[in-house]
Ligand binder design. Structure first.
Ligand code: GLU
Length: 479
């Protein structure tokens, strides 16, 4: 039975590469009716932070990746935590030591520092059992090092070609620090064995760790899992994704209002292809089609435009109600939806759903409707509002709209009012509609202006026209 794991370290937010590793593991488990585990590699005590753990778990849930095993917490499976498993690592350390495959290293930090460039020289390998005993009895702190055997180690990989490593290039590495906490390679090997992991699927930045892990598996007499190293993800300039701008982290896209199915669809194609030129895939189709043979060998390129395109597709495929629910959920992280009525929200969604690619864009439109002030886009202002007839035309529209009885504020009445006023002025309807749109929203494009007028409501419409007219008046004076 296939058993795989995702093993993040809670030392940072969920990276795009890690999100993809998690997804590939999950898909492989689901495809093969196997088990997907979550293991938190929290042995770097200084850099681990519960806030990162929370955000990683939240991002995994957001993607819809669930795990199948783990210690039960509050009725569901929690992840495994390495810091709760120290006795296991100590047990296997004892085994390695008694087999002569590991030894205590008493070298002081200054000595190790001096050796940093060249690597550890194996000094403490030479100590006799007596010397070790004496040092221990003297209370000298010591780490445990793995004694790298002679020969070579071959990494057989499901995706890449085999890689041979001469063991000489690997120093006797620390498996347990002097505080009794294991290092990554050792803890991962012990856990992969105890958790009966069959396939280790991870980013190829870990390829260089793999010979060490294989040596440990061999020394402990455990069979190695199969290794599957997936190619790195680069941006369009072929650089690593930027941590500085945040674009390397899943959270960034979540905040941008990307929908989970769009994100997962986009992510799965970073380094994997179902064959042919299919791009839009439901989760169930990914599960059905996923296999290592579709994983490429070259770096995957992260194209944000493509992600936007995917998202636009998914936004448009949602029903009105689904989109509203997504938007409501998204807005919980911001200012919320306030006390707007259900009919208002329904109209808002129906007017904008075809026009936005992300929930962030939808939010921007929402804020534009609800805000107190209109910011004019430069070309809309210059091309449309600056014409001579505009101030008086806007003033006139305002007068006609103001005289509409309160209860008659609605799309068709407004349309008639504006059109008949245009006819009275001997102008085309567009000559009033364009400036009205800019006065109300500050830009040239929007959903139908009559719907916008009715959605904004009488008070906001009149106020915005008034503000535009007085702005135009002061501008004219200045010239
Ligand atoms: N904790 C490691 C990481 O976050 C896991 C690597 C592995 O999958 O073995 O990169």
């Amino acid at each position: 039975m296939v058993r795989v794991r995702f093993a993040p370290s809670p030392t940072g937010k969920l990276h795009i590469g890690s999100a993809r590793t998690a997804l590939f593991n999950w898909l492989f488990a689901r495809r093969n009716k196997g088990v997907f585990l979550l293991r938190i590699e929290d042995t770097d005590q200084e850099r681990s932070d519960p806030r990162f753990l929370e955000s990683i778990l939240s991002d995994l849930r957001w993607m819809g990746l669930d795990w199948d095993e783990g210690p039960v917490v509050g009725g569901s499976y929690g992840p495994y935590f390495q810091m709760s498993r120290l006795p296991h690592y100590h047990r296997f350390r004892d085994q390695l030591e008694s087999r002569g495959c590991a030894y205590p290293c008493f070298c002081p930090p200054e000595r190790l520092l001096a050796l940093r460039e060249q690597g550890y020289d194996g000094h403490c390998r030479q100590l006799t059992p007596k010397e070790r005993e004496r040092n221990r009895a003297d209370g000298l702190p010591y780490a445990i090092r793995f004694q790298v055997p002679e020969g070579e180690t071959i990494v057989v990989d499901e995706i890449r070609s085999d890689v041979r490593f001469d063991n000489k290039v690997v120093e006797d590495f620390v498996i347990l620090k002097s505080d009794g906490i294991p290092t990554y390679n050792f803890a991962a090997v012990v856990d992969d064995h105890l958790m009966k992991i069959t396939h280790v699927i991870r980013g190829d930045e870990h390829l260089s760790n793999t010979p060490r892990q294989i040596m440990l598996f061999q020394a402990l007499g455990f069979p190695s899992p199969r290794f599957c190293h997936i190619p790195i993800i680069l941006d369009k300039e072929r650089h690593k994704l930027s941590k500085r701008t945040g674009s390397a982290f899943l959270e960034h896209y979540r905040r941008e209002g990307v929908l989970p199915p769009a994100f997962v669809n986009f992510l799965v194609l970073l380094g994997w292809s179902p064959g042919g030129d299919r791009e839009i895939l439901e989760i169930s189709e990914m599960v059905e089609l996923f296999s290592f043979s579709g994983i490429g060998r070259h770096p995957a390129v992260f194209d944000e435009k493509k992600l936007e395109w995917f998202n636009g597709h998914y936004v448009r495929s949602l029903t009105q109600e689904e989109l509203l629910n997504r938007f409501r959920g998204y807005m919980e992280d911001f200012e919320g939806l306030g006390s707007l009525s259900a009919p208002w929200l329904a109209v808002f969604i129906s007017l904008y759903r075809e026009r936005v690619r992300t929930l962030a864009e939808l939010r921007a439109e929402f804020l534009l409707l609800l805000g107190d002030e209109v910011v004019f886009d430069e070309s809309a202002y210059g091309d449309i509002l600056c014409k001579d007839y505009v101030p008086s035309a806007l003033e006139g529209i305002k007068g006609r709209l103001e005289s509409l009885p309160e209860g008659e504020w609605g799309g068709s009445v407004i349309e008639e009012t504006v059109r008949s006023y245009a006819a009275d002025l001997g102008r085309k309807a567009g000559e009033l509609i364009h400036p009205l749109r800019v006065a109300l929203l500050g830009k040239k494009a929007s959903p139908g202006i009559f719907e916008i007028v009715s959605l904004l409501g009488r008070e906001k419409v009149l106020k915005r026209i008034r503000a535009t007219v007085s702005l135009l008046a002061t501008e004219t004076q200045r010239i």
